[in-house]
Design a protein around this ligand. Structure first.
Ligand SMILES: [Zn+2]
Length: 75
């Protein structure tokens, strides 16, 4: 990912994980790896700032609240 100002290839400065839908069993759960890309050109006004954010979907699960592995307890 290049810096839009100086066109130099940026560097990944931070990596984190984000989860969507985790607070509701009825909603689909999706987990992303999020990477912040910053400019590494000291001459650039964006130096050290985040110029791109990359999101990679690493896990997805359909909502509905039913377990798919047959481990539901009855009685
Ligand atoms: Zn730059």
């Amino acid at each position: 990912m290049k810096c839009p100002v100086c066109d130099l290839e940026g560097t990944i400065c931070r990596c984190r994980t984000e989860v969507e839908g985790d607070d509701s069993p009825a909603a689909a759960t999706r987990v992303f790896t999020v990477q912040d890309v910053s400019c590494r050109n000291p001459q650039c006004e964006q130096y050290g700032k985040v110029v791109h954010t990359l999101r990679h979907l690493i896990y997805a699960k359909q909502g509905g609240g039913e377990s798919a592995d047959g481990s539901d307890v009855q009685g």
